[in-house]
Design a protein around this ligand. Structure first.
Ligand SMILES: Nc1ncnc2c1ncn2[C@@H]1O[C@H](COP(=O)(O)OP(=O)(O)OP(=O)(O)O)[C@@H](O)[C@H]1O
Length: 526
């Protein structure tokens, strides 16, 4: 997987390491608490240095990122580094726990978030970047939803300083950059022009792309170059675009975006300019004067109100007739036939299973207590009641947005998840069909592999069952992750899609397509 397994992780003095809460390309992140005070919960990231080296990253690069990050995390909207150390194979980093999970997980593809929520995160991001640029003289250079986490109140925490650089020297002169690293969709045009550029100005551009993504649920273009039709159209019309997703953006937001997405960096707004804009200055009803969330329940309600997965007949018929459309939106997941490198297969080796056995627990909280009292109810009512406090299950419900969203609180649980009470002999063949329908090659057959695991490890030993997914999105970029099937109770299973690499919006699109295809087996709260 990424060379990180529980058995080889270093011990950290005075810290008790808990469950895996996330995985990156070379790292796994675990929750942990302090021995002296178990109420202090932190996150610890273990980076596997030999894996980084295989991909051409030196130990100095990896450690340098954390040193830089730890020098500029004294701000409410920047993820705080508490401590770090290097052992033989690992770099561990103790960080503030982002209890609200990932921001990207809460952006509905092709829809976006409520515009006040977009404004809230714009204001917090501008605050974070002002601090970085003006106080720390550091440019982040990789602003995108994947690098934004949320705390338990929904406040933004900018993370991942892997590409950050100090752009202002001690004597005040500017150190220009010339490398072309970053995420293409969020990159400013000058980064791709083989010229020297100011990295602080490219951060402002990325804020603009992120605002577009928040408002619409998709990126404005693939690459900010003349051969990209969408970008070309934007430039040709000097930002006055009224087609596609641009048409759904209100004029005042469009005006702001035009100031930010200014291809000429010398004309582009700076963070100081952004701070003078009404969109930054207006205080939101759920924020305090410092721009931090003062009403997490209201923010959560607004944020969640757009997250829905329709399993209706109309949607199903539309989807099966035109597999590239769901919820009336183009969900083209990939335009071509599967590439030979794509595949989906059950992953099994004892080390990885040990590591994954401890991945996210199903969200049970109050439902667990409810369960004991519900034994007399029918099985299906018991389960639907049991899952009725999990927001991932609620996103399939037909209830009105308001009552549905009112149950949401910030937590790190993935929203790309559903529950089923079906047997594996029903679930796995259906999954196989769904993945083929999504044009992902499958190593046949999943159920036979499961039976093999079951005969060697027993039924319980075969879980969590992990299906490895390696595919490409519509642009041909890699999209990797795992589908983890866990037994929650008796025959109730949670089926969680956990992205490892690639566009998070495309990952949710894939999840929605598989869910729609498998709608007969999904348990939906009443
Ligand atoms: N401080 C934290 N608190 C809570 N969850 C975290 C924290 N840091 C990381 N995570 C979780 O772990 C996941 C992986 O984090 P990590 O920083 O290793 O990966 P990444 O940067 O997304 O991956 P890559 O290294 O491939 O770019 C995140 O998506 C998030 O869900």
């Amino acid at each position: 997987m990424n060379g990180v397994d529980d058995l080889s992780l270093p011990m950290i003095k005075d810290v008790v390491i808990g469950e895996t809460i996330g995985q990156g390309t070379f790292a796994c992140v675990k929750n942990a608490y302090l021995k002296v005070d178990p109420s202090v919960v932190i996150a610890v990231k273990f980076v596997h240095i030999p894996s980084c080296k295989k991909f051409g990253l030196s130990e100095k690069d990896v450690v340098g990122e954390i040193i830089l990050h730890s020098k500029c995390c004294n701000h409410a909207n920047i993820l705080r580094v508490i401590d770090c150390n290097v052992t033989r194979d690992h770099l561990w980093i103790a960080m503030e726990m982002a209890d609200g999970g990932d921001l990207f997980d809460k952006i509905e593809p092709d829809v976006g978030v409520d515009y006040e929520v977009a404004q809230f995160y714009f204001q917090q991001l501008v605050n974070a970047v002002t601090y970085l640029h003006l106080e720390c003289h550091i440019a982040h250079r990789d602003i995108k939803p994947e690098n934004i986490l949320l705390d338990k109140n929904g406040n933004l925490k900018l993370a991942d300083f892997g590409l950050a650089s100090r752009f202002r020297r001690k004597d005040g002169t500017i150190r220009l950059s010339s490398d072309q690293r970053g995420s293409p969709q969020y990159m400013a045009p000058e980064v791709l022009m083989h010229v020297k550029y100011r990295p602080d100005s490219t951060d402002v551009w990325s804020i603009g792309v992120l605002v577009f993504v928040l408002l619409t649920g998709e990126v404005p273009w693939e690459l900010p170059i003349q051969t990209d039709e969408k970008f070309q159209e934007f430039v040709r019309n000097e930002g006055n675009v009224a087609v596609g997703r641009w048409a759904s953006i209100e004029l005042r937001h469009l005006n702001l975006l035009r100031k930010i997405l200014q291809p000429d960096p010398s004309k582009r707004a700076t963070v100081q300019d952004l701070r003078k804009h009404p969109w930054f200055l207006n205080q939101l009803s759920f924020a305090n004067k410092e721009g931090l969330c003062s009403n997490p329940a209201l923010l959560a309600k607004k944020l969640f109100s757009n997250l829905r997965v329709s399993l209706s007949d109309d949607e199903y018929i539309r989807f099966t007739q035109d597999p590239l459309t769901v919820n009336g939106h183009n969900l083209e997941f990939r335009a071509t036939q599967p590439a030979s490198s794509d595949y989906a297969a059950i992953q099994h080796d004892s080390l990885n299973l040990d590591a994954l056995r401890s991945t996210q627990k199903p969200y049970t909280q109050s439902a667990t207590e409810g369960f004991r009292n519900d034994l007399a109810m029918s099985e299906s009512s018991r389960w639907t009641r049991f899952i009725s406090t999990d927001i991932a299950a609620l996103q399939f419900s037909d209830k009105s947005n308001a009552s549905f969203a009112s149950q949401f609180r910030f937590n790190p649980i993935r929203l790309t998840k559903f529950y089923s009470a079906q047997e594996m002999e029903v679930i796995l063949p259906l999954f196989e069909q769904a993945l083929r329908f999504a044009k992902i090659n499958i190593k046949p057959d999943l159920y036979a592999d499961f039976l093999e695991l079951k005969s060697s490890l027993g039924y319980e030993g075969a879980f969590p069952l992990i299906i490895n997914i390696r595919t490409q999105d519509a642009r041909g970029a890699k999209l990797n992750g795992v589908i983890i099937i866990k037994v929650v109770r008796e025959n109730l299973k949670s089926i969680s899609f956990e992205r490892k690499a690639g566009d998070p919006l495309d990952w949710r699109r894939l999840f929605k397509r598989v869910a729609l295809f498998c709608r007969e087996i999904i348990l939906v709260p009443d």
